[in-house]
Ligand binder design. Structure first.
Ligand code: GLV
Ligand code: GLV
Length: 326
């Protein structure tokens, strides 16, 4: 019997991460495209000292109770709303995430969605492929100006800041809300703090960069949409549950929200017959914010280093809890 700790990895991740894990642990990797079932997870954590999880794995109290040897849950994501962190802390288990390495990739993708929704790129692609493009027309597929417009950023963490930097290049005015005022950035980037209602009423574009918590769930619902300027464009690369999707569908239909660029949904994958999928003024992406070769490789090595540190009795570099009193 090997004395090496056992690690379970819930999906194939870039090899650089697996190599780091194999240097100090016996590693099992779930080999399929779809996530492991609940039964598989319950069985595998029963033996594991370390778990490398994805945002598609619900790591709740029952699962944590089923893992008597577990010392670390290393989430392959910056968000960790899929994990019951208090339950892990109570059991002395580290929970870690991968902040920073996906910030720029996610901000790039946010701008891709913003531009695609504003300038109707996906509608244009459909027209070009399907014979809808008859000739150059003065009033064909007109969109919204991005340059010079006002962008409201909800959540000025790392990703919100990276989006604000990009907005400067488009000569946008940037308003933001965040529970922690960012005076440092206000002068450095020329961004302005605003109350949520002011931000909603004054922005041409609104982009979400807040974590999902009980306080931010359905942050944008019917009242928020009613407070927006008519035709505001919404971008969400954070978490689907920040938005009341039923209210968003109503607002997109009646034009309160002019268009949306969405990467995240309350239910993922988005059901093909979801009302959002039937609207022309929505650009839909399948949760690709951090999906670049570089970001996913760096997430893999960061998640692996976090896990190895905890198994070696060291403090991981990116903890989201502090389970050990020192
Ligand atoms: C992706 O959504 C992440 O949280 O990393
Ligand atoms: C993620 O890196 C964030 O804190 O915005």
């Amino acid at each position: 019997m090997s004395s090496k700790p056992r690690v379970y990895v819930t999906r194939r991740i870039p090899e650089e991460g697996i190599d780091i894990l194999r240097s100090c642990a016996e590693v099992r990797v779930w080999p399929h495209r779809l996530p492991p079932s609940r039964d598989v997870l319950l069985r595998e954590v029963g033996e594991a000292d370390g778990l490398l999880s994805l945002l598609t794995d619900g790591i709740d109290a029952e699962l944590i109770e089923a893992a008597p040897r577990l010392r670390v849950i290393s989430n392959y994501a910056v968000g960790y709303d899929n994990i019951d962190v208090p339950a892990a802390t109570a059991r002395g288990i580290w929970v870690t995430n991968t902040p920073g390495v996906l910030t720029e990739a996610t901000a790039d993708f946010t701008f891709a969605l913003l531009l695609a929704a504003a300038r109707r790129i996906v509608e244009g692609d459909r027209e070009t492929r399907c014979g809808g493009w008859l000739t150059w027309e003065p009033q064909y597929l007109l969109g919204a100006d991005v340059h010079g417009a006002t962008l409201g950023i909800i959540g000025m963490g790392r990703i919100g800041e990276a989006v604000a930097r990009r907005a400067r290049g488009f000569s946008m005015r940037v308003l933001y809300t965040d529970p922690n005022p960012r005076g440092d950035l206000e002068s450095a980037l020329g961004i302005e703090p605003a109350a949520l209602d002011t931000l909603l009423g004054d922005s041409d574009f609104i982009s979400l960069h807040a974590p999902l918590t009980p306080d931010t769930e359905h942050l944008l619902g019917p009242d928020a949409f009613a407070a927006m300027r008519r035709g505001t464009i919404l971008v969400n690369t954070a978490r689907g549950e920040l938005v009341d999707e039923a209210a968003l569908v109503v607002a997109l239909r009646d034009g309160t929200v002019g268009a949306a660029g969405l990467d995240v949904y309350a239910e993922e994958p988005l059901p093909a017959d979801h009302p959002l999928a039937c609207l022309p003024n929505v650009v839909l992406a399948p949760h690709l914010g951090s999906a670049t070769v570089g970001a996913r490789r760096d997430m893999a090595t960061m998640a692996a280093h976090n896990l190895v540190a905890a198994l070696s009795g060291r403090r991981p570099a990116h903890p989201v809890n502090s389970p050990v009193s020192s």
